[in-house]
Design a protein around this ligand. Structure first.
Ligand code: ATP
Ligand code: MG
Ligand code: MG
Ligand code: MG
Length: 477
């Protein structure tokens, strides 16, 4: 008998049909009721065991975490919480899980504890729900852009360029093949850089993505990016995934329109296609809120927050307007934002971004036209001589979720900026050439995929939305 996925059985149950299910035991109650999950849905199927006629040794092996194969007839269930169950005729243990040693017993484990067992946490409802939503979001990204005629382009992981100029890069080296292990002192034998050249793991596929839009018109990359962020925040990883569209013939306003439509689409897609998982995570977040003091609880539930973002226009504010708002506001009774009273031109800290989004506008905000000196060299200079056509999309609870800009397409101005900053022309000759031959106005942005998943799932720590988070304190497995 061929295996049926639990989701299929629950979506279209055929009462009386003999079925086989394979999965992992979540609980086994009264020597009779097995809750089985195979990851196809948040819901378990119940297997009802005829314990009087089942070998006692076998019953003992039905423990939380064990992998089993169950065959029997599908029947209507009298128990509450499920509509159908399997009247078990045959059980096979595919893999035991010693109850003395298996760390995931049926109780609520802390997220910190689960991070230490990243190889097993997919067995929990929380993480299986997150990973299913992550998958749905990957699909939605490709669907959104494909429906609009964008092409997916793979940009390189190993590259000589530092798009952000922030110096947060991992260097690529080779081991000495003659002596790949460690020497007597335990030092690793590095041979050289990438065959004699300096290369790094990419921090962004943007610059290469720009070359592709100058010919294909509208493209997007969706790949891993790496940043040597030596900080432990709840929003930064050393390895994260980024979605970066680049579009010829888009100005900064077109760019903002696309960014807003894109994130709304992703949120709507999750609401329409991940309702069981979202209902579970919504309840989880509500339970969490109850443990917080009243004044720290959020006004909206996870689902309400998602609907709000999907349905309401984002606020578009220039950097200069934002500075005025911040200067004139009192985040707490006595103190103003001291830091910003100094003067125009400073970069915003996350407390400022949070204030604008969560306290002042109470909705997602797109900040644009930032001071030139705090933004990257490739952003298009505005006529005021002081600002560039940069934009950041800021989300409640997350802060910056997207960074983007209209790109500088004028050769002379770009060349001058590169010289001012001191980037050697030999590093970017190809990038400059795009502006020499058939240059076109163009724009693009980068959405941090994990930050988007954080928003959709309501998880507060970025380590909990990627299967194997890479951070300074965790890169082993
Ligand atoms: P931040 O100010 O939060 O450090 P950034 O301005 O350095 O972000 P960008 O270079 O603008 O980041 O990258 C585009 C997007 O990639 C960001 O808006 C964010 O969503 C995401 N991102 C950036 N750095 C990280 C990181 N270390 N881990 C996860 N996502 C990140
Ligand atoms: Mg950063
Ligand atoms: Mg930033
Ligand atoms: Mg940014």
């Amino acid at each position: 008998l061929k295996r049926t996925k639990i989701k299929e059985l629950l979506d279209a149950p055929v009462i009386g049909k003999k079925v086989n299910v394979k999965g992992w035991v979540r609980t086994f109650r009264n020597n009779q009721f097995i809750a089985i999950n195979d990851g196809s849905t948040i819901n378990n199927i119940q297997g009802v065991v005829d314990f009087e006629n089942t070998d006692e040794k076998l019953l003992k092996r039905i423990t939380t975490g064990a992998c089993i194969s169950v065959t029997g007839d599908l029947a209507e269930s009298k128990g509450k919480g499920q509509s159908v169950e399997i009247i078990v005729e045959n059980i096979e243990i595919l893999g035991d899980a010693d109850p003395e040693k298996f760390p995931l017993q049926p109780k609520k484990h802390s997220l910190e504890f689960l991070r230490e067992i990243a190889h097993l946490r997919v067995r929990t409802n929380t993480f299986s729900a997150i990973y299913r939503i992550r998958h749905a979001m990957i699909f939605a990204v490709h669907k959104f852009f494909t429906d609009r005629g964008f092409y997916n382009v793979h940009t390189p992981i190993i590259t000589g360029s530092d798009a952000e100029g922030a110096g947060e890069m991992f260097r690529v080296t080779t081991l000495d093949p003659a002596n790949p292990a460690k020497d007597e002192d335990g030092n690793i034998n590095y041979k050289e850089d990438f065959f004699g050249k300096e290369t790094n793991l990419t921090v962004s596929g943007q610059l290469e993505g720009e070359t592709a839009c100058m010919g294909l018109s509208e493209i997007y990359t969706f790949g891993p990016t790496f940043r040597a962020e030596n900080s432990n925040t709840s929003r930064h990883l050393a390895e994260f995934w980024m979605i970066e569209p680049e579009m010829a013939f888009y100005d900064i306003n077109d760019n903002m329109d696309l960014a807003e439509a894109f994130v709304k689409y992703l949120v709507n897609y999750a609401l329409d296609n991940c309702s069981d998982d979202l209902a579970f995570l919504n309840q989880r977040a509500l339970d969490d809120e109850k443990t917080k003091p009243q004044q720290e609880r959020s006004e909206l539930s996870l689902l309400e927050r998602l609907k709000f973002v999907a349905e309401n226009d984002f606020e578009r504010v220039t950097y200069t307007e934002a500075i005025d708002i911040l200067r004139n506001s009192k985040p707490n009774k006595k103190k103003k934002f001291q830091y910003l009273i100094e003067g125009w031109g400073a970069d915003l800290q996350s407390e400022h971004e949070r204030f604008l989004v969560e306290k002042h506008f109470k909705k997602p905000v797109i900040l644009y036209n930032y001071p030139k000196d705090i933004k990257a060299f490739y952003m298009r200079q505005n006529d005021d001589g002081k600002t560039v056509a940069a934009m950041d999309v800021l989300f409640p609870g997350i802060g910056e979720i997207i960074g983007g800009s209209q790109r500088e397409e004028r050769y002379g101005i770009l060349k001058q900026r590169i010289d001012e900053i001191g980037i050697p022309e030999k590093d970017l000759w190809w990038y400059l050439e795009l502006r020499k031959f058939g240059s076109a106005p163009h724009s693009g942005f980068g959405l941090g995929f994990e930050r988007m998943i954080q928003f959709v799932t309501g998880m507060t720590n970025i380590r909990d939305v990627i299967p194997f988070p890479r951070t300074p304190d965790n890169a082993e497995f």
